[in-house]
Design a protein around this ligand. Structure first.
Ligand SMILES: NC(=O)c1ccc[n+]([C@@H]2O[C@H](COP(=O)([O-])OP(=O)(O)OC[C@H]3O[C@@H](n4cnc5c(N)ncnc54)[C@H](O)[C@@H]3O)[C@@H](O)[C@H]2O)c1
Length: 349
């Protein structure tokens, strides 16, 4: 058992095969396993290790506990005007999130705007995937989801809110990837604490408090009764509350701090057809001019360059496609153990 606690570097192709094999061994049909794997590998490639391979042991646990039914497919449960409700039916969230995004995009194509909620969903992963899907079809996108309680309200000290991320996708001129803003409304995503823990590292100051509400940088303090803090104090808090309403209450999953919370990601997705509001040509030209104006901005002392939202992820993907994906020893040992349990062979790098 165990791999001897050494860090590994895996080529993306090997990581893909490994995750795919694990998901199939958990009873996921090939096509759904391919979609979930794509989302996890993309998270690792773009530098969001919090949403990649590190999740597999907990995902396997959810399957064993009957919280995720790997063979189940999402469905559109209702449609009214420009709105729809999609249910994951407790199948994989990554596949259901795509159905919700595709539905919102399609409705926007017909009616100018499409607003969709996702219900009965476990973890959907990174919201970037969904807004990017819509933006790549030429539409402006927004997505937000509530999540399990991990974050203290502004001025509080115990967990009452999810890390409630919000994301936007903005189409650019042909051949350019969309601008993607995607972040938790807490200082960092909870998964980043999992990654810090796997590396045995401390977390940035100001991100978490211990169970008494005292600032700490030790991720173990978070896992023994501490809490994440909202990003930018009351501003992140305000967004998180709105997202509990949009993603939680509107979807039927319920706000995360309530007893009848549906134990998952209640997501809200919005797609906007540009030509319903503005000339597409003028919109795209203005977005390109804006992007250039931002990239040309003089830098603050000690800063090399100004980046667009989403640009860091594109760069990290390029670098990791070339050099491979670092896997911390803690993650690797948990994966080796899971692979053994599921009788899946692991790459011998
Ligand atoms: N499903 C869930 O329950 C859930 C919950 C929380 C977060 N998440 C996901 O976790 C991921 C990580 O969230 P996070 O808050 O830790 O991300 P983060 O703090 O790394 O912020 C990421 C965003 O900031 C931008 N950014 C980073 N550095 C930049 C720079 N120097 N200049 C300009 N822009 C810059 C990135 O391009 C990206 O848009 C997201 O994909 C989010 O959707 C999911």
């Amino acid at each position: 058992m165990g791999s001897g606690m050494t860090e590994k570097t895996l080529p993306a192709g090997e990581l893909h095969s490994l995750i795919l094999d694990l998901l199939c061994a958990l009873g996921t049909p090939d096509d759904l396993a391919g979609l979930v794997t794509g989302a996890l590998v993309e998270a690792n490639l773009t530098g969001h290790d919090s949403h990649g391979l590190v999740r597999m042991p907990a995902y396997a646990q959810s399957v064993r506990e009957g919280k995720v039914h790997p063979e189940v497919r999402a469905s559109v449960v209702s449609r009214r005007g420009a709105t729809a409700c999609v249910s994951a039916n407790r199948g994989w969230g990554q596949t259901a999130g795509r159905v919700a995004a595709e539905e919102a995009s399609e409705i926007a194509g017909e009616l100018g705007v499409g607003a969709v909620v996702l219900q009965e969903s476990p973890h959907v992963g990174r919201l970037a995937d969904y807004v990017e899907l819509i933006a790549r079809r030429g539409r402006v996108a927004m997505a937000a989801t509530n999540a399990w309680v991990n974050v203290a309200p502004f001025g509080g000290r115990d967990r009452r809110l999810g890390t409630n991320p919000i994301a936007f996708g903005i189409p650019r001129a042909a051949d350019r990837p969309p601008i993607v803003s995607d972040f938790a409304t807490s200082v960092v995503a909870e998964g980043k604490l999992q990654v810090a823990r796997a590396y045995g590292r401390s977390v940035a100051p100001g991100a978490i408090v211990d169970s008494e509400g005292r600032p700490t940088q030790d991720p173990e303090e978070f896992y023994s009764g501490g809490a994440l803090l909202p990003a930018q104090g009351y501003k992140g808090y305000g967004l998180a509350v709105a997202i509990e309403a949009l993603g939680g209450a509107l979807s039927g999953m319920g706000p995360a701090m309530l007893a009848d919370y549906g134990d998952g990601n209640g997501m809200f997705v919005l797609a906007l057809e540009i030509e319903a509001f503005a000339s597409v040509e003028r919109f795209v030209s203005q977005i390109e001019q804006m992007a250039q104006a931002l990239l040309d901005a003089p830098t603050a002392p000690g800063v090399d360059e100004v980046l667009l939202p989403g640009q860091l992820e594109l760069r990290t993907r390029e670098q990791r496609e070339r050099d491979g994906i670092p896997i911390p020893a803690g993650t690797w040992d948990a994966i080796a153990q899971l692979a053994e349990e599921l009788d899946v062979s692991i790459p011998s790098v």
